[in-house]
Design a protein around this ligand. Structure first.
Ligand SMILES: Nc1nc2c(ncn2[C@@H]2O[C@H](COP(=O)(O)OP(=O)(O)O)[C@@H](O)[C@H]2O)c(=O)[nH]1
Ligand SMILES: [Mg+2]
Length: 216
């Protein structure tokens, strides 16, 4: 059937990783993607991303997670990085106070460049280094509350809360989209117009040189 587009997923969500250099973004990405599905991020310059497909509320969701290639060091992340993102993991290092103090800068960056409805999870990474802790869980929780963010501490090293952090972001995104779809259906009902929702989360033209490495 030539006309049938056979997607292997119901939704594709772009999620960006942000935060100071050295907080563990790349390790969080590889922990989340390499353990199970496949990693497709072998670019040397510019941004790279990896994907993992998983189930959210019975739907197949392909998470396309973008990692920086060190541009954060020079505050040189371009707006293309944020374009189409529906979720963000804003990461700091619990052993480095400065990376937590910079969370507010990263939030400003998100507000300037990303969609205003973007779902944000703040993650205090390296929870395995509790003896070197420089940011209390309470401080982080109160910042998260005042800024309206989700929050958890993670460890890419111990695979602690990595899965949960992404699952939470994906579920939040899914619920927002579902609510929008239901509202659209309601407002269209009775008009006799065929109903549907178009969800545009990314501009793939930026990634023309990226090849999938495997499929599942
Ligand atoms: N102890 C510990 N070290 C980590 C963790 N995540 C990353 N690291 C280390 O922190 C350093 C920076 O990690 P990286 O993923 O490159 O950070 P990025 O610059 O934010 O991408 C590396 O030496 C990692 O091995 C973690 O959860 N626990
Ligand atoms: Mg990195």
């Amino acid at each position: 059937m030539a006309y049938k587009v056979d997607h292997e997923y119901d939704y594709l969500f772009k999620i960006v990783l942000i935060g100071d250099s050295g907080v563990g973004k790349s390790n969080i990405l590889s922990r989340f993607t390499r353990n199970e599905f496949c990693l497709e991020s072998k670019s040397t310059i510019g941004v790279e991303f990896a994907t993992r497909t998983l189930q959210v509320e019975g739907k197949t969701v392909k998470a396309q997670i973008w990692d920086t290639a060190g541009q954060e060091r020079y505050r040189a992340i371009t707006s293309a990085y944020y374009r189409g993102a529906v979720g963000a993991l804003l990461i700091y290092d619990i052993t480095k106070r400065q990376t937590f103090d910079n969370v507010l800068r990263w939030l400003r960056e998100l507000r300037d460049h990303a969609d205003s409805n973007i779902v944000i999870m703040m993650a205090g990474n390296k929870s395995d280094l509790n003896h070197l802790r420089a940011v209390s869980t309470e401080d982080a929780q109160s910042l998260a509350e005042s800024e309206g963010l989700s929050f958890m501490e993670t460890s890419a090293l111990e695979a602690f809360n990595i899965e949960k952090a992404f699952q939470t972001v994906l579920l939040d995104i899914y619920q927002i989209i579902r609510k929008k779809a239901l509202a659209a259906q309601e407002s269209a009902s009775g008009t006799g117009v065929p109903q549907g929702t178009t969800i545009n989360v990314n501009n793939m033209s930026d990634n023309a040189n990226k090849k999938p490495c495997c499929s599942t």
